[in-house]
Design a protein around this ligand. Structure first.
Ligand code: BGC
Length: 400
């Protein structure tokens, strides 16, 4: 493993991390210095075919953006635009070998910039940063200084602020690795952007592997200490083609606890056991089975059980009609399971599909929401000299 920042933090049991943090000495977890370059710079044998690219239209300010298509040996495809680093489609086989798209999205960049889309803010498929999920009151203190962020979700900052990483144009470099075709996206988030400290250099490498997995590899360095929490906001519907909701999908999340939230979806700090509640996905449950017992629907962070191991299971999904399965693995300690509760039918996506409530679900691998204000949560602070490195993988298969 080439992890530096993440791996060391996760190399001690999570309970010890909490203890360390509670004692006000979570320093050891953060002091590790950097060593690892992005994993996709593999020198092993590479496949020769490169991803293809085509115009994806012009952004509202007139910048031409591209859509890159990654294809693997079995014909699966992922399309990604350099606008927001957004995954716009992922085409994988069902139990009969029929290929189909499993991602919510639009046919061109204007869909991602329409007034309706920006107003409702669903972040379809986008790269999320500098800080995924919420920061309470848009404020945090770091090294004795209080920082004020752009707020965009009631009193809070959500997914990076008003112009997060989902709304910027990334530098794109298509390539190949031993695992399959790749797209490397880079972005410099300047000191003070949305209120965050430090020039943050971010690189994200998407790889479509030959065994039908989409691997997302995130690295970042900074010149001032800053919180960082990067994720991808894909909405999945393993039967997207049928235009049905996701309530019949069966989900497993290996987490004995979740972070309890207040009315504005900010964690209270309590890690509550899921046992005996509708949050218990330690065994498979259809999303719709108990959702009515959760006011508003699922929109919570689960505390993953095996966070101490570098790559651990984060979720498994099975869709009984198509037989499609998806397995999520990560090195992050948490996952936000969000069931598209705020989709209301105003957005029309690819092929005219209307995206109503529960049209898709997200499984956002992450550190816990509002960690910058929660000293007992694993730290999200990246310091100069360290390299942030995190890898999450979404692997598709079928069950017959
Ligand atoms: C959040 C939701 C939010 C959604 C889209 C999710 O990560 O938890 O509350 O509505 O993103 O913005």
């Amino acid at each position: 493993m080439t992890h530096s920042f993440r791996a060391v933090r996760l190399a001690v049991p999570f309970s010890s991390l909490l203890l360390l943090a509670a004692c006000g000495s979570n320093k050891s977890a953060d002091q590790t210095s950097a060593s690892s370059p992005a994993a996709a710079d593999s020198t092993q044998t590479k496949s020769t075919a490169m991803p293809t690219s085509a115009s994806f239209g012009k952004t509202n300010d007139g910048t031409e953006v591209q859509l890159f298509t990654l294809t693997n040996a079995s014909g699966a495809k992922a399309t990604i635009t350099n606008f927001g680093g957004t995954l716009t489609s992922l085409i994988v086989p069902d139990k009969n070998g029929k290929m189909g798209d499993v991602i919510l999205g639009f046919d061109n960049v204007s869909g991602y910039q329409s007034p309706e889309f920006l107003k409702s803010g669903p972040y379809f498929g986008a790269l999320i940063g500098r800080y995924g999920n919420r920061i309470k009151g848009g404020k945090f203190a770091l090294d004795g200084k209080t920082y004020t962020l752009a707020t965009n979700n009631g009193p809070n900052t959500l997914h990076g602020g008003k112009v997060g990483f989902d709304k910027v144009v990334w530098k794109a470099e298509p390539g190949t690795s031993a695992d399959g075709q790749t797209l490397k996206l880079s972005y410099l988030s300047k000191d003070g952007e949305e209120g965050y400290p430090g020039n943050l250099n971010v690189a994200v490498v998407y790889t479509l592997t030959n065994d039908n997995a989409l691997k997302i590899d995130y690295t970042a360095t900074t010149d001032k200490a800053t919180p960082i929490n990067l994720t991808n906001h894909a909405y999945f519907n393993l039967n997207h083609g049928a235009g049905k909701d996701i309530l019949g999908h069966e989900v497993t999340i290996p987490a004995d606890r979740y972070t309890v939230v207040d009315a504005t979806l900010i964690p209270t700090g309590e890690l509550r056991p899921v046992k005996g509640t509708p949050f218990d996905f330690t065994t498979p449950h259809a999303i719709g089975e108990r959702i009515a017992q959760v006011p508003g629907g699922y929109d919570h962070n689960w505390v993953l059980n095996n966070a101490a191991t570098p790559q651990h299971a984060a979720a498994t999904v099975y869709e009984p009609i198509t037989g499609r399965t998806m397995e999520v693995t990560t090195d992050e300690p948490g996952i936000q399971f969000y069931t598209g509760n705020f989709l209301d039918g105003t957005l029309k996506g690819k092929g005219g599909t209307v995206y109503g409530k529960h049209a898709g679900f997200c499984l956002e691998t992450q550190h816990f929401p509002d960690s910058p204000n929660q000293p007992k949560f694993p730290s999200t602070v990246l310091k100069p000299g360290e390299t942030f490195h995190s890898v999450s993988t979404y692997k598709f298969g079928v069950r017959k």
